[in-house]
Design a protein around this ligand. Structure first.
Ligand code: FAD
Length: 460
């Protein structure tokens, strides 16, 4: 049996010129670490999370072992893109994207390499917009993997996909801001290592520009007045010890220097935070899809399963699922790598369209691939005996988190229409005019393109 190509040997030709030798080498180390250390540890991690309240106290010790191992292999903070940050090991978005694909195959791998959301996006915010004092206090321990963080934007009583709706009140009173309001889906808030909440709120409710009403602050998680009421479940999974918190702020006093970048800059920071994060999510989604495909192929070749007299691999429809999965995953990978390449060429704003394409397309494809694998396993596919059910639940949330599909599609549609409509109208008019000239100069009676065939046929 020929050895399977390594991750670096599988880089699509279109991306190869953008991947350094150093990144190729590390990519193979990531692949090996995920395959041999993290995936086997996933079930142990799950088993080490306690029951009841213990689920939110402490964390599985196997994670500490994995972190030590990852650091010894040089797999640490690979996510901070080199064109914008001097912190981190200096990889591009394409290079890290390829690594994130590998990390997406395991539930422990991203955290083991200090590359897990929401810390990655939060570290980017502090690295990009934070003051030197904020970096010293929060970025340093986050980059060392000593503490974790949460990003508090979404609120229960408003449509949070529109950042201008965010209304947790941040009132300046003397040398403090006083915060009142509620947040939910604060991912990571359940983890007792989570020490800092990057919190979005309203500092100027009457500002004429709706998008300058909000600001962002670094709020220590243990500030008096903050109450974590409950953890929200995702299709029944509680995602312990990480969790998704429902939190209230009651007269929470925060010093003025907790403000990031300045009052009214909240939406700007939020946009800056989400770009590379969406590429990371998408590439992890590709990894999850590849893993689901592996499980599908494994089931097709399970010699014990012989429905209606022949193995599953001989029932044509299942091979068609394998083929479709292969095509769709490969197409998605190109979409994401293209977004990453364009982001590296300048920044996330420059690659807005490509990032939105990846953000929408990958979870949809991943869900289809996982669903086919679930189907191939029959009842086993929906229970705890395969990783598929949990993967499906997680991937499903990516069609909502970081902005629902519909918002991205509407923005994409609007942009495509706005930027192209005039040029398209002018081009079609030019082509019609040229066609008219050709009819005249060639002395042919003018007929519409579709009608031409019809007339010819009817003459026969
Ligand atoms: C697992 C998970 C983790 C999350 N983690 C975090 C986190 O760490 N921090 C955080 O702040 N938030 C987090 N979120 C919340 C997530 O970002 C929000 O749910 C998302 O932004 C949508 O906001 P909303 O739920 O208020 O829905 P709404 O804004 O009320 O939208 C509801 C629906 O309305 C429709 N809709 C909205 N706008 C449009 C439009 N323009 N055109 C057409 N249809 C539209 C869409 O179908 C959309 O799904 C998380 C969510 C999940 C599920």
């Amino acid at each position: 049996m020929a050895p399977a190509p390594t991750a670096s040997e599988s880089i699509p030709p279109i991306a190869q010129p953008f991947v350094s030798e150093r990144a190729r080498k590390l990519l193979d180390v990531v692949e090996k670490f995920v395959d041999e250390e993290c995936i086997p540890a996933d079930a142990v991690y799950h088993a080490q999370i306690g029951l009841g309240e213990a689920r939110w106290q402490g964390h599985p010790s196997v994670m500490d072992d994995l972190k030590r191992k990852a650091q010894s292999l040089g797999l640490w903070n690979m996510f901070l893109p080199k064109n914008h940050f001097k912190e981190g090991p200096q990889f591009t978005n394409v290079e890290y994207g390829l690594m994130a694909e590998q990390l997406g195959k395991s539930i422990t791998a991203s955290e083991a390499c200090n590359c897990a959301a929401p810390d990655t996006g939060n570290m980017e915010v502090i690295a990009r917009y934070g003051s030197p004092a904020q970096k010293e206090r929060w970025l340093k321990p986050l980059m060392a993997g000593e503490i974790r963080s949460a990003f508090l934007m979404t609120e229960p009583d408003i449509a949070s996909s529109d950042g201008s709706n965010i209304r947790l009140r941040m009132e300046r009173k003397g040398d403090h801001y006083v915060l009142n309001g509620s947040k939910w889906w604060s991912s990571g808030a359940g983890d007792d290592r989570c020490k800092i909440f990057i919190t979005m709120g309203q500092t100027a409710p009457d500002h004429p520009d709706r998008y300058q009403r909000q600001s962002m602050m670094l709020v220590p998680a243990d500030t008096p007045g903050i109450t974590v009421h409950r953890m929200l479940s995702v299709y029944g999974f509680d995602d312990a010890p990480h969790g998704h918190g429902h939190i209230t702020f009651t007269n929470v006093r925060v010093p003025l220097d907790a403000m990031i970048l300045g009052e009214g800059r909240g939406n700007e920071i939020m946009q800056g935070r989400l770009g590379p994060g969406r590429i990371h999510h998408a590439m992890r989604g590709i990894g999850a899809s590849e893993k689901a495909l592996e499980w599908l192929i494994n089931r097709l070749n399970d010699e014990r399963k012989v429905p209606f007299g022949k193995p599953l691999a001989e029932h044509g429809v299942l091979l068609e699922w394998v083929a479709k999965a292969r095509i769709e995953i490969d197409a998605c990978r190109l979409i994401v790598l293209n977004a990453a390449i364009k982001t590296d060429q300048r920044d996330a704003k420059f690659a807005l369209r490509e990032i939105a394409e990846a953000k929408v397309k990958v979870p949809q494809v991943a869900l289809e691939v996982i669903d086919r694998a679930v189907q191939a396993y029959g009842a086993a596919g929906v229970c705890q005996d395969t990783p598929l059910a949990y993967m499906w639940a997680h991937l499903r949330t990516l069609r909502i988190a970081d902005g629902p599909d519909e918002v991205h599609l509407q923005q994409l549609g609007k942009r495509e229409n706005r930027t192209r409509r005039d040029a398209i109208k002018a081009k079609l008019a030019r082509q019609a005019q040229r066609s008219d000239e050709l009819f005249r100069t060639m002395g042919v009676e003018k007929v519409a393109l579709g009608a031409q065939k019809f007339q010819t046929k009817s003459k026969l």
